[in-house]
Design a protein around this ligand. Structure first.
Ligand code: SF4
Length: 455
């Protein structure tokens, strides 16, 4: 697999991790706090249902390899998930320790401890290669859903090819998760383990036309769609189209910024930045701008702080990084100023009868160098229209949630293109579920393959 990525030391330094790893001693101490609950709520709260008490118990007894294997049985991207998951609202949020007014077990850091040890060991993901089965599957897109689907299929002996339009594999894990949560190199390290199981990767392979799709259909028995979401939405305000954008100036959407610094294409920003929106991606972009040197960085949101879609801890993190906020305001126009900068015109709004109304006389202007829209991604309408034999509603592929099957029995799907954009761990759960659905549909359901071929 070609890997054109070289870690940029300046980016690594600027995007130092939010939560440093546990030392070996701290991991043992923390794992011994776990009560090993019988009906572990942490396990229920995890979308991939990792056996949390089971893997923690193995860390406590010094069995890191067994701990990692236990985790990987449920979640093949457990390394990424240990860093990118919003555990405050998942496993750690469900930990019984909250009932006793004690801090929850640091499940994410313990999981990372086991997975980092696994990656250092250079062990293969599949210890015993299964006998091949007569099943060829193409996964379109190489994000978490496709990777999880591919790994599960390989575990049962299927031939799997991942088709990715970008030069690097990994989807949002590689290009879209803030580097202080999940460094690009760590995402690629995880992808490489999956490649070593025998998954073929075709990078730079865009499926853009009905003819492309027909070619893939003739080559494979089943197709898994893990294509994610479309481009970020534009603001749609006066002057937006006329602004010329450079690498770090002008109008640059949040995912473009995150991908650009994660792949080393930009290392610095200068001047004032305004981020429009207040979701988790908007916060990742605002914090990124701060760490790249922009000052001031201001987030503009049409509602108040109690109504942001970002998690509370993300909002607190942005404040801690020095991000400023303008609440209850909308951008109404933008234009270039005579000194080569931008002027963003904004206006206060109030919510009346469920609609935002501009407050007369409340206009003001924010000078800046860069405007970063982060108001959500549009559905992949154009691409999905090519997959005309699968049902698409509101820009999302409709699937049977039990097995990931679309309205076309040879097409399965999972991840953001089916749910509109959730967490990495949800995509992993979707991908694995679809793999089992494909195996069942092709009469290769688990139990009919060789024993001992566990991930
Ligand atoms: Fe351990 Fe908390 Fe899970 Fe109980 S809920 S098993 S204490 S991590």
């Amino acid at each position: 697999m070609p890997n054109t990525f070289t870690e940029n030391p300046e980016i690594r330094q600027r995007f130092a991790e939010l939560h440093p790893p546990l030392t070996a001693q701290a991991a043992v101490v923390e794992s011994n706090r776990c009560l090993n609950c019988f009906d572990a709520p942490c396990m229920v709260a995890c979308p991939t249902h990792i056996d949390v008490p089971g893997f923690i118990k193995r860390i406590a007894s010094g069995n890191l390899r067994g701990s990692a294997r236990r985790i990987l049985e449920a979640n093949v991207l457990a390394g990424s998930c240990s860093r990118a998951c919003p555990v405050e609202v998942l496993c750690e949020g469900a930990c019984v320790m909250h009932r006793y007014d004690r801090p929850p077990i640091q499940i994410a850091l313990l999981q990372r401890h086991a997975m980092d040890a696994f990656h250092r060991s250079a062990e293969p993901l599949i210890p015993v290669q299964p006998p091949p089965i007569d099943l060829r599957v193409a996964c379109i897109g190489s994000g978490p859903a496709s990777l999880a689907c591919a790994a599960e299929l390989r575990r049962h002996g299927a031939q799997v090819t991942i088709l990715e339009r970008r030069p690097l594999p990994g989807g949002l894990n590689t290009y879209g998760v803030a580097d202080y949560k999940l460094p690009t190199a760590d995402s690629l390290r995880e992808v490489e383990l999956i490649r070593q199981t025998g998954v073929e990767f075709r990078l730079g392979a865009a499926i853009e036309t009905a003819a492309d799709l027909a070619t893939i259909e003739s080559e494979f028995d089943y197709i898994f769609l893990g294509v994610g979401l479309g481009a970020m939405q534009k603001l749609g305000i006066a002057g937006e189209e006329a602004i010329e954008s450079g690498e770090t100036t002008g109008v640059l959407n949040a995912l473009q910024l995150i991908a650009a610094y994660k792949t080393g294409h930009i290392t610095r920003m200068h001047g004032a930045v305004v981020v429009i929106g207040a979701g988790n991606t908007a916060i990742d972009a605002a914090v990124a701008a701060r760490r790249l040197g922009a000052d001031p960085v201001t987030m503009l949101y049409r509602r108040g702080p109690a109504d942001v879609s970002a998690f509370d801890f993300e909002l607190a993190h942005a404040r801690h990084e020095g991000v400023q906020f303008i609440w209850n305001s909308l951008p109404v126009a933008m234009h270039a100023s005579e000194d080569g900068n931008l002027l963003l015109e904004i206006q206060s709004v109030q919510l009346t009868g469920g609609k935002f109304e501009l407050i007369p006389g409340s206009q003001s202007t924010v000078p800046c160098k860069t405007i970063i829209p982060a108001i959500g991604q549009s559905p992949l309408t154009q691409l999905l229209s090519e997959f005309r034999r699968v049902t698409v509603e509101h820009g999302r592929i409709v699937i049977d949630r039990a097995n990931g099957q679309t309205s076309n029995p040879n097409f399965f799907a999972g991840g953001d293109c089916t749910n509109g954009g959730r967490e990495v761990v949800d995509a992993v759960a979707d991908g694995k579920r679809a793999a089992l659905g494909i195996l069942a549909a092709s009469n290769h359901a688990p139990g009919k393959t060789a024993e001992g071929a566990h991930v």
